[in-house]
Design a binder for this molecule. Sequence first.
Ligand code: SAH
Length: 567
Amino acid sequence: MTRPVPAIVILGNGSLATARSIQQVYPEALIHGLAERVEDADRVYHEFGATLRELYQQGTPIIALCAAGIVIRTLAPLLLEKGAEPPVLAVAEDGSAVVPLLGGLGGVNVMAREIANALEVSAAITTSGELRFGTCLLNPPSGYALGDLESGKRFVSDLLAGETVRIEGEAPWLAQAQLPEDAQARLAVHVGHAERAPAANELLIYPRNVVVAVSAGVTNVATAVREALHQVKVAVQSLACLLAADTEMANPALREAALELGVPLRFASAEAGIGERLRAAIGQPVSILGNDTVAIAVAGQPVAPLQIGRPRGRLAVIGLGPGAAELMVPAVKAELARATDVLGYETYVRMAGPFRADQVLHCTDNREEMQRARHAFELAAQGRSVVVVSSGDPGVFAMAAAVLEALHESSDAHWHNVDLEILPGVSASLATAAQAGAPLGHDFCVLSLSDNLKPWAIIEKRLDLAAQADLALAFYNPISRSRPWQLGQALDIVARHRVPETPVVLGRDIGRPGQTLRVTTLGQLTPDQVDMRTMVLIGSSTTCVFPRAENGVWVYTPRWYGNKPGS
Ligand code: SAH
């Protein structure tokens, strides 16, 4: 199985050389550098604590080039939470020390040795079992699963106290370990896929060499799988993945079963019978057990689930927010990290990066929305994990609607089977409003002034009615070289219903380098103050302005309307 890609986190330029050496060990890892302090990082962050905690919560292995104490203090609030723990290491800025801190069962010591090797120092391994036996018995390699952690800890401490051990079954990774082996030992490491009752003197390790195929129409899938395995005395811990027909991709019962059983869900062509499907997918000799609805394949060796059949494709339409990384929602960051393919207008794709070398970028012109949407489905239908990027929110004058329209128009079952999700972002109107105060604090209306996709007459009518209704107004796409006169006309319409003193906020490149925020009035606003990178917010009759202690003013629209409550 592929290991998750670590993040290398640095605080200053002084660590960059060491970070680059570590990156040679993990070429896909990105170096995250503190903005203002690091000039040449792959990705910048603004807040060390928040960044580290976010990475940890996403399960990303962390290599932090700073004092171990800083890392511990930063992650401390999260350490009591249950769940899998990613490896976390502290490495001295100058590369002179490598300290594995957390994630013993996630392979932190293995990483510590890999990094220490590259830096030509020795890793500060403190795990007794690992030091004594040269391996962490409780962390078998991928392809094998530990039976039970708690009894395992007891087993290892018995060994450390001087007991000897036998190995039953095939444990190739232990060949190099320095275990106190003795054929007569009371303790045994038992490796096998047969169902087996736990015993105090045994460390059970299961090879993941079993694949179960379920046919359509099986209800209670997880229970059916457990029962079928139990009938043939095969341990559920040896299950490497579930295999289903590709016509069943969108079946939520299968997804839930895979989640409950804790294994990946893979798909193969529905044409063959399930036994045949299993044989074809596994690619090594197997014996087939079970029945017509739940078939069980047992292979001689562990199987790599990600090489069996194919996964359900995924398509996520994401919003990057206005630009600044802190304003991107964590779900979007996680989606970008798992993407195999990224589609979008080149500017936004660049804004979403940097990307790893294994991620494919498909940059297209801004106008080719429907084509891009169809391309995204074609890729996702092949089982890829596709991201379509929009700035701000994908549902606000952006790609989400185009993607849904492409799907609506399609009768291709493969497209409809794709795991489609829309992930929101902070839209430009909201990001701009927040910087100005709360100009959209009461009812407001969002309009695009672009008449590329709708007649100008409709825009005029909506403007007139919205202005008449005294809604605060947010204009997207206010002006462009090919639409030079529309904004002037729009302002004339608004002026029929609003006084010239009405506050106006102009936010340009909000959340991006060189952002500007300007507060003016309707009477003073002219189209030449606005360009296509500007958000125009026009207040309602109740919107007010007052000076800030620092420079500038606050703009807000009160929550009440008509008579102020309580006065
Ligand atoms: N989906 C985007 C909007 C796309 S329409 C969102 O939700 O924000 C493009 C228009 O949005 C631009 O013409 C501009 O009016 C506005 N816009 C987008 N990003 C902006 C930013 N960072 N600052 C100011 N306006 C922005």
